[in-house]
Each structure stands twice: as C-alpha cells, then as structure tokens.
Write a protein that binds this ligand. Structure first.
Ligand code: HEC
Ligand code: HEC
Length: 448
C-alpha cells in the first residue's frame, strides 16, 4: 500500500517536473554516448536522480527523525524552488482554516526554529512575522572570536555566541553552473572561488544538503552519504529551461563556442543585452552568470543590507530606497576588534562573509563586511522578490537599486581612482545604466 502511494507520488512529481521542463529525463545526447552511459540523465546516474527526487519531497526521511520538513517545504516547486512571502502567507492562512476543524492540522514550514520569538519562547514560539511578511528563514552563525553583538538594551557587548540572520530561500535550478568555478579567487576562503549559499560557504551540494537537513529539518541521526549524493544528483539536473540545460551539456562535452542560453531577442531586448553586458556582467559573468570577471574582484557588497547607506552630503549624491520597518528591524550592531587591536562598531542586517572570517577593516574593496557571493540569474521574471533579504519587490525596483549603487561607487571613489566595477576603461564611470536604457534592460532581464 505504502509503496503504491510512493510510486503514484513519484509518477506525479515526475510528470510535474517534466511539464515544468526542469528535467527532461534521459536525453538523446545521453543515449548516443553508448551503452555504459545509457543509465545516465544529463550526466548523473538516473537512479540517483530519481531517488533524489523522491527524497526532495519526503517529509519523513527514513530513520532521520527530523521535524517533518522536506526540501520542497521551502524550495517550493510551485514557486520556482523558492519561497515567496505570498506563498508563505497563503499557507499560513490555509493552516489556520484547517485548524478550525482539525486542531492537529500541520504545515511543517511553521516550525518554532523559524519563528521570530524562538530565542524567547523556544518550542512555544509562534510569531512568524519574518516568514510571513518577508519570506525569510533564520540562519544561525557562530560569531568569530573578534566579533561581538551589541545588546540593544544596554548598548554594551553581549555574551551571545551566535547570531540569527534572516535570509531568502534561493532556487535550486542551475546550481550545476553557479557553484565554485575555480577562477578569480578572493584573497580569503572559505571557497575563495565561490560556492553555495548566499555567502558561498559550502563547496559541494552534498555539504549543502547535510547542513539543510541538520539546521532546517532538525534531523537527529546522521544521514547516509547516498542520500546526500542523490539530492546532489537531482539538483545537478534541474535547470531553469531547456536552453540552460543545453548550455550545461555543451560545457560538459567541451564544445566551443558555447551556445547562448538566451532565447530569440527582439531589437529592444538585444539593446538590453548590451546594457547588461556593460552594467551587470562584470559581476554576473560566465555561463552561470555568477562569475565576476577580473579585474573586478570576487565578492561584493551591493548595499542591499539594512539599514541602507545615506549620503552625508547635501544634495545627496545617491539615494537608496530605505528599508521598510519589517526588514529594518533585522539589523544588529556588532563590535569588531580589528587587526591593530582597536575596536569599531558596525550595523547590518547581514554582515555576509565577515561572519565566516572575522575579517573587517582591510583595504577596500577587500574587506569581508557585508560581502556576498554572486548569484546566478536565469528565470528572473519568475523569481520576485529579489536579493538576499527579498528587499526588491520587482525588477524595476532592482534596476533602481543598481542605478543608486553606481552613484554610490562614484561618490565614494578615492580622488583619481575609477574602479573597474564602475568603469569599462578605467577612465570613465560608464557602466551605470542610463535612464534611456532602463526599458531595454528590463526587457532583456525578463527574457533571462
Ligand atoms: C526551512 C527552509 C529550508 C529547507 C527545509 C531547505 N532549505 Fe535550502 N535553503 C534555505 C535557505 C534560507 C537558503 C539560503 C541560506 C544561506 O545562504 O545562508 C538555502 C539554500 C540552499 C541551496 C543553495 C543554493 C545556492 O544557489 O547557493 C541549496 C542547493 C539548497 N538550499 C538545497 C536544499 C535541499 C537539498 C534541501 C533539503 C534537504 C533544503 N535546501 C531544505 C532554506 C531551506
Ligand atoms: C558589483 C557586482 C555586481 C554588479 C555590478 C551587479 N550585481 Fe547583481 N548581485 C551582486 C551581488 C553580490 C548580489 C547578491 C546580493 C543580495 O542578494 O543582496 C547580487 C544579486 C542580484 C540579483 C538577485 C538575485 C536573486 O536571486 O534574488 C539580481 C536579480 C541581480 N543581482 C541583477 C543584477 C543586474 C540586473 C545588474 C546590472 C544592472 C547587476 N545585478 C549588477 C553583485 C553585482
């Protein structure tokens, strides 16, 4: 009976995936490669992909004794493998309705570890504001030895050993292309050439899956290596669309030049692609659109954290949209002991890689404060809201943010220095999208 149900569910999931075109199953190219490769799906063993698929949706992974969450509870297949504030709120309302007639009704997305009041109320926590309003999940970091949190009540360093950050749920498509790429390393690890998670702290999908099972699904037994491999195999065959899959297969096959993953573009969209190549691809470069191109450095702060920077000069030379209170309240102040022994305080909703290294106060732009890894960007038109804290609701807001980013870089450049991130020739601040280019850029972004 149970196996019938599992089989029916597997077929259903397979049909769903095929209809969403995220997974094409064994390809013609695979079958051409000969008998020994006949059981491979886009380069991964088909049986592993299938087991990974079932595991991705399994809320009660055998013998692991978790909290009832599956990967799909956060990486929702119906939301492009993401979690949107709208989907969270719909699930929350549905749960309240179901509880009217069944007080045991459950949705494992709402577990106390992701409630705002978890640190105060523990297992009785019930305030899901960050999830419902922002679509954000708690991610816990041990503080490096030289970084302490400031207690907002006393304004003095606290004894806290860990800090809670709130991060969006990224998609799991195209991860084969967007992980570590071995080029353009940052001066410090972990994973100097990028990795998984918004800060690039995991090198492999197996490492990532283990962390997800432990922290999000609260498993209490060690998972078998095969489960981690299966989840990795599944995710390595998930692509935004057939063109991205074809690009990935061409990379595997060593084909040059590589095909483009863009669809056919009209004139406006082609103009937009030019703007993208000038204004965005120095960071969102390479096949995964996640490889910064030298001399542009690897990791970046793009000023999406809260609170937003405000210019000290009037009239203001840049104007970032301020964070709404629902996001601004996630900011914390830190006291950092610098290499020379002095201390400094900084406030941020997400210090990024500084929490992995403690490295703050180096020469700009090589400090780790607020630095994040570069995400890929395929399928953007389906993945709003944007940024690590879901702070841009639309692509229009996103482009507005980058226009201010460029103004900020210009306003803060040392005299006579034109950083490559803002300049194609080292002389002019010419990467910024111009007002008349906005429509074209947006048209292209909707085609990614
Ligand atoms: C409670 C919600 C939740 C669950 C359950 C969950 N994830 Fe995640 N996932 C997240 C969040 C939040 C991040 C980003 C965290 C960060 O960057 O620190 C993430 C990041 C990822 C990434 C990195 C993507 C990238 O581009 O770097 C992968 C891959 C991933 N998850 C896979 C999984 C798998 C596989 C499972 C099931 C074993 C799973 N997740 C379960 C919330 C969740
Ligand atoms: C200086 C390097 C840099 C440049 C230039 C840059 N980006 Fe980004 N981009 C980043 C970083 C770092 C992040 C992650 C920060 C975050 O999520 O808050 C990011 C995140 C994004 C995201 C969010 C993805 C998601 O899943 O939510 C989008 C979309 C994006 N960038 C589009 C663009 C576009 C369009 C341009 C050109 C106008 C551009 N970027 C230029 C570094 C850059």
């Amino acid at each position: 009976m149970r196996s019938m149900r599992t089989m029916a569910r597997t077929l259903f999931i397979y049909a769903l995936l095929a209809s969403l075109q995220v997974w094409g199953g064994p390809t013609w190219a695979d079958s051409k490669r000969g008998v020994e490769d006949a059981n491979r799906c886009d380069g991964e063993p088909c049986d592993a992909v299938l087991r990974g698929l079932i595991a991705f949706f399994d809320r009660n992974l055998h013998g692991l004794d978790g909290n009832g969450r599956s990967c799909n509870d956060c990486h929702m297949i119906t939301e492009q493998f993401r979690l949107t504030p709208a989907a969270v709120e719909a699930r929350f309302q549905k749960l309240q309705k179901r509880r009217h007639y069944n007080r045991h009704a459950d949705d494992p997305l709402f577990r106390p570890i992701d409630a705002d009041d978890f640190r105060i109320n523990g297992e009785n926590a019930s305030d899901y504001s960050n999830l419902r309003q922002n679509g954000l999940i708690r991610v816990v970091f041990a503080l490096p030895p030289n970084i302490r949190l400031i207690d907002p009540e006393t304004n003095a360093p606290s004894d806290e050993q860990t800090v809670d950050l709130w991060r969006m749920v990224p998609g799991v498509t195209d991860v084969k292309l967007s992980g570590a790429d071995g080029v353009n390393p940052w001066p410090r690890g972990p994973n100097a050439s990028g990795g998984y998670q918004l800060d690039g702290r995991f090198l492999t999908l197996q490492e990532q899956a283990l962390a997800a099972l432990t922290s999000h699904a609260q498993i209490t037994a060690a998972p078998p290596q095969r489960l981690l491999d299966d989840l990795s195999s599944l995710q390595r065959v998930l692509f935004t669309n057939e063109r991205v899959r074809a690009l990935s297969l061409a990379i595997d096959a060593g084909i040059t030049p590589l095909p483009t993953a863009d669809p056919r573009l009209n004139t406006l969209e082609q103009q937009g692609r030019k703007v993208f190549e000038r204004a965005c691809a120095q960071c969102h470069g390479g096949p995964g659109q996640s490889t910064p191109q030298p001399p542009v450095v690897r990791m970046h702060e793009i000023f999406t954290q809260c609170p937003r920077r405000v210019d000290v000069v009037t009239p203001a030379r840049f104007n970032f949209a301020p964070c709404p209170p629902r996001l601004a309240r996630n900011a914390r102040t830190y006291e950092i002991t610098l290499a020379n022994g002095t201390t400094t305080r900084r406030t941020s909703s997400d210090p990024g890689r500084a929490l992995l290294t403690g490295f703050v106060g180096g020469p700009p732009p090589l400090d780790d404060w607020n630095k994040l890894d570069i995400p890929g960007m395929r399928g953007l038109r389906h993945t709003a809201p944007y940024f690590h804290n879901n702070s841009a609701n639309t692509l229009e807001e996103l482009v507005d943010h980058y226009v201010e980013f460029y103004k900020f870089v210009k306003a803060n450049a040392a005299p006579g220095v034109v950083p490559p991130v803002a300049s194609t020739d080292g002389v002019n601040f010419d990467r910024q999208p111009q007002p008349e280019e906005r429509t074209a850029l947006l048209a292209y972004l909707r085609k990614l």
